[in-house]
Design a protein around this ligand. Structure first.
Ligand code: HEC
Length: 259
């Protein structure tokens, strides 16, 4: 598993890898965030014309779905209550999804390897995963920086050296750090789940901007991230069938944990 970090050039301080280069062609030019306002206005109208008010009765709020994104349904996340019962198996699978699918674009800056211990993995497993990543450390007594294998206290490596590099690799868009994403977004876990599973064809006549992708749950309905989860994309060690919704549920369970 952890070798993925190194093979994607994810180790801290590494330069951009081939992976990033391919990604930038996949997500072609994203004009600018400025376009978002104009877009929102346009898509509100389209929404009303295409859907009217009937199918999304529950989701209608003061603002239109196009502005705020479609309101996600509420799912029963296991850790939502006061008496938290984490689904460790799901969190573990979710880390695998993060590592194999999301980690090539999204950092998890606030999460150290040790945060996984007892949550998704045993201490030995975490040590092994950390050890497979190279970190730059130093300076040593000679004033030189050096490479060493990761340890429990190290943070999960980021895919890009800095924000500029992240944008270059994603045609101008910045993949946000995922450490606090569930808390940071209105709708939390339900929103992230709905976003990951909610890519659909745009309504007839709706023009999706070049380089963006239609997703009714995203505020403004178009975002730079394409659909990334497809049935069978990962192979779970515990034999759970990796359907799109299973992977989405697992990765959200993982991101939802208070590390
Ligand atoms: C190929 C690169 C890439 C991959 C792989 C990827 N993302 Fe993204 N993601 C992006 C970019 C770029 C954005 C910013 C989109 C925008 O602002 O238009 C983004 C945005 C997001 C957002 C924020 C949406 C919002 O409300 O602002 C979430 C949540 C997210 N990604 C989750 C994930 C998860 C979970 C995975 C793995 C299952 C994943 N992404 C895989 C590139 C990627």
């Amino acid at each position: 598993m952890a070798h993925l970090f190194s093979s994607c050039g994810l180790a801290a301080g590494r330069t951009l890898s081939k992976t990033s280069a391919t990604q930038s062609t996949a997500l072609t030019s994203r004009t600018a965030a400025i376009a978002a306002t104009a877009l929102t206005l346009g898509s509100t109208v389209v929404y009303q014309q295409v859907y009217g008010e009937v199918p999304f009765l529950d989701s209608l709020s003061a603002s239109s779905p196009a502005e705020d994104g479609l309101h996600p349904p509420a799912y029963p996340w296991p850790s939502a209550g006061l008496l938290d019962t984490f689904d460790h198996a799901s969190i573990r699978r979710g880390f695998q999804v993060y590592q194999e699918v999301c980690a090539s674009c999204h950092s998890l800056e606030r999460i150290a390897w040790r945060n996984l211990v007892g949550v998704s993995h045993t201490v030995d497993e975490v040590k092994e995963m950390a050890g497979e990543v190279e970190y730059t450390d130093g300076p040593n007594d000679d004033g030189d920086m050096f490479q060493r294998p990761g340890k429990l206290a190290d943070y999960i490596p980021s895919p890009y050296a800095n924000e500029e590099a992240a944008r270059v690799a994603n045609a101008g868009a910045l993949p946000p750090d995922l450490s606090l994403i569930v808390k940071a977004r209105h709708g939390g876990a339900d929103y992230v789940f709905s976003l990951l599973t909610g890519y659909v064809d745009p309504p007839a006549g709706f023009k999706v901007q070049e380089g963006l992708n239609y997703n009714p749950f995203f505020p403004g309905t178009q975002l730079a991230m394409a659909r990334v989860l497809f049935d069978g994309l990962v192979e779970y060690q515990d034999g759970t069938p990796a359907t799109t919704s299973q992977m989405a549920k697992d990765v959200v369970s993982f991101l939802y944990v208070d590390h």
